[in-house]
Design a protein around this ligand. Structure first.
Ligand code: FE2
Ligand code: FE2
Length: 153
């Protein structure tokens, strides 16, 4: 949260999304995703470290600003950003590999086996959204199976 690059990305995304009617990519979304990942981690005894979970969730959509600016898919842009920010925050090489793989695959339902962090990120990202009470659900690009129809967490 002290990282200057991270802070400026959050402000930039908020500005770019201020008139967006679909889900926004705010700190609320990042923290909802982190906390749901952590709940799933506890419920399913995945034993993933809390800081790795929070890093993946807090960084997974940071590439949104670049996507709006030049069309780069945001999961790819988010990986590039994470590769800069994670070393600045003291994560080691193996943690950085694990986190960036999870971010890279966060839009794919089928994450490679062994990528537990990526699987939890995919699920928590969807579970954090309130599609069941969203006025723009009919126009949303998410397929029906991605939408969250039930309040669970
Ligand atoms: Fe995303
Ligand atoms: Fe997301």
């Amino acid at each position: 949260m002290q990282n200057i690059r991270y802070q400026s990305l959050i402000s930039e995304i908020a500005e770019l999304e201020k008139n967006r009617k679909f889900c926004r990519h705010t700190m609320e979304h990042f923290l909802d995703t982190a906390r749901i990942m952590y709940i799933l981690n506890l419920e399913e005894n995945a034993a993933l470290p809390k800081d790795v979970i929070y890093a993946a969730a807090l960084l997974h959509d940071t590439g949104r600003a670049e996507e709006y600016r030049n069309g780069t898919p945001h999961h790819k842009a988010s990986v590039d950003i994470a590769l800069h920010i994670l070393p600045e925050c003291g994560f080691d090489e193996s943690e950085i590999r694990q986190i960036t793989e999870a971010i890279d695959r966060h839009r794919e339902k089928t994450v490679p086996s062994g990528n537990r962090l990526g699987e939890l990120l995919y699920r928590a990202d969807k579970l954090s959204r309130q599609c069941y009470s969203c006025g723009a659900a009919d126009e949303c690009y998410w397929s029906d199976d991605k939408k969250n129809h039930t309040l669970r967490y």
